[in-house]
Design a protein. Structure first.
Length: 74
């Protein structure tokens, strides 16, 4: 139980420090490198990272418009 509390506190503190720094900080780069080395988590993390970068990117060329598609089963 103590180990879980220490882990959560460490992750929270690292996230707080990384958020306060501007740009791609050193902590974020090290965390990305560590996560990308883990075999089971690498593909999942890479997918979420690419998706979040696309959605949070200020350049709107990747998302052009929203459309409504009707379901043909009526």
């Amino acid at each position: 139980m103590v180990a879980l509390a220490v882990l959560l506190t460490t992750v929270f503190c690292l996230g707080f420090v990384a958020e306060r720094r501007s740009g791609q900080g050193r902590i974020e780069a090290v965390a990305d490198a560590i996560i990308k080395r883990l075999p089971g988590i690498r593909s999942l993390y890479s997918s979420f990272d690419e998706m979040s970068e696309m959605l949070l990117d200020s350049d709107t060329h990747s998302i052009q418009e929203a459309v409504l598609v009707e379901d043909p089963t009526e």
